[in-house]
Design a protein around this ligand. Structure first.
Ligand code: SF4
Ligand code: SF4
Length: 440
């Protein structure tokens, strides 16, 4: 089945620069000499190390785990020797405990990795245990453990499972490549989730700037029961789960609500590929596709990268920086963050490394609001960013709360569109933090 031209109210059109790497097939990066694997690559409890310095480990061996239900296990991405377990900076600027492994070049794979032939006959909880044990988390950048998402959805009468292939962030192509290169895996993974949740309908939602991906799914969708390819109008932030549910089903998630409140669940296409690889091969998540792109890197590529590889190694593999490179981002320019330590490791939720250049930087200074209301027009949450910004500037956080600051998804659309270059998103993010602190 096909659905076309789906959209949501608000949002903005952004120059996406996806052509820098979109048609470059995923290339496997050679293993680095050393990896640093963080024990907290997910939302939830930090894993405890299961190995010690001098232990020999294999590819796919579990090296970190937590008994907390909201957590996700961590695996070695290489074979080699553990040389350190210590804190280091990650791409979001926080300190994380990491397991450092020097590779031995033997590429020995852990014996535990084998297909799960009886998966269908297992109970829901047994399946969730396997998913947690394989370290499957939201690979679109969110990092939410998949088993926890399924557990919270199971009692909610989910009727629609939506796979998120929107990838609306400029520059990034990791979801696009996985959709082109693992098309069948993704539809098979969708069937697994539909069965686990006893959901009737499955959708693969893709922005219409990826016609090859839409065609690839349309070619096989009719081979499956109740799978619809939903083509979305290209508009930011179409990939946000609230927007995608609204575009695909017409349902509106209430303020502060979840997708399960409207009988939907949304999962990234890369995550579902990982689920299929777990069932069909027994493979845990220890590598992923990363778009290494932007005008500041010499040879933009889509790379299959081992988790724990440093940002520096990844950029060097792509020919290094161009002379005018001035900023390195983890993720895209709208919702990603600036990396200040290039030794920081790639994690399971690193969608891309984007290197920007001086000429692209908007150096205009903030000026007074001209009351054009463009920020209101683009806000997908129907907020008034200009009013919240004015309240924040007067430190009236209660007023910012009354105007719905907490509903902001920090998509950046208002700041992007503002002709006065007002730092709207940053100020609303500050309001959200203040409101949270005051409610404690
Ligand atoms: S107020 Fe928040 S949700 Fe609305 S456009 Fe700005 S960043 Fe996006
Ligand atoms: S877009 Fe900028 S200038 Fe226009 S109303 Fe909003 S804050 Fe004011």
């Amino acid at each position: 089945m096909k659905m076309n031209n789906l959209s949501f109210k608000g949002g903005t059109h952004i120059k996406d620069y996806k052509d820098l790497s979109a048609e470059k097939a995923t290339e496997r990066m050679e293993d680095p000499k050393i990896v640093h694997i963080p024990l907290d690559q997910h939302i939830g409890s930090v894993c405890e190390p299961l190995v010690q310095v001098n232990d020999v480990v294999k590819i796919g061996q579990k090296i970190g785990s937590s008994s907390a239900s909201l957590s996700s296990d961590v695996h070695s991405s290489v074979s080699g020797v553990v040389t350190a377990i210590e804190e280091m900076y990650t791409t979001d600027g926080s300190l994380s405990k990491c397991i450092t492994i020097e590779t031995d070049g033997l590429n020995e794979v852990d014996e535990s990795i084998k297909p799960i032939e009886n998966f269908k006959s297992l109970s829901f909880e047994e399946k969730c245990d396997l998913i947690k044990g394989a370290g499957i988390i939201g690979m679109g950048g969110a990092g939410f453990p998949l088993h926890s998402k399924l557990q919270s959805a199971v009692g909610a009468n989910i009727d629609s499972v939506i796979l998120n292939g929107a990838e609306c962030e400029p520059y990034l192509n990791s979801d696009y490549r996985v959709m082109l290169e693992k098309t069948v895996n993704i539809v098979e993974g969708l069937q697994i989730i539909k069965e686990m949740l006893n959901a009737e309908a499955g959708y693969i939602a893709i922005e219409d700037n990826k016609p090859k991906a839409i065609d690839a799914f349309n070619e096989i969708a009719d081979n499956y029961n109740n799978v619809t390819v939903a083509s979305l109008v290209t508009k930011f932030p179409q990939g946000d789960s609230t927007r995608i549910v609204n575009a695909v089903t017409g349902r509106r998630i209430p303020s502060g609500g979840r997708t399960s409140n409207v009988q939907c669940t949304v999962t990234n296409v890369g995550t579902v590929n990982a689920l299929y690889e777990l069932v069909s091969e027994g493979k845990p998540v220890y590598e992923r596709i990363v778009s290494v792109t932007g005008q500041g890197v010499k040879e933009p590529k889509n790379l299959m990268v081992k988790v724990g590889t440093s940002v520096k190694d990844v950029i060097e593999y792509c020919g290094g920086f161009n002379d005018n490179a001035n900023k390195v981002l983890s993720g895209g320019p709208m919702t990603g963050n600036t990396i200040f330590d290039l030794d920081a490791p790639i994690t399971k939720s690193t969608t891309g490394i984007v290197v920007l250049t001086e000429d692209l930087e908007d150096t205009r200074l903030e000026s007074p609001c001209i009351k054009c209301s463009r920020c209101i027009d683009v806000c997908p949450q129907f907020l008034m960013p200009n009013i919240i910004n004015a309240a924040v500037n007067k430190e009236k956080y209660d007023l910012a709360d009354e105007h719905g600051a907490n509903d902001c998804i920090e998509c950046g659309s208002c700041s992007y569109i503002c002709p006065a270059k007002r730092k709207l998103t940053e100020s609303i993010a500050l309001a959200r933090k203040e409101i949270k602190l005051r409610k404690k």
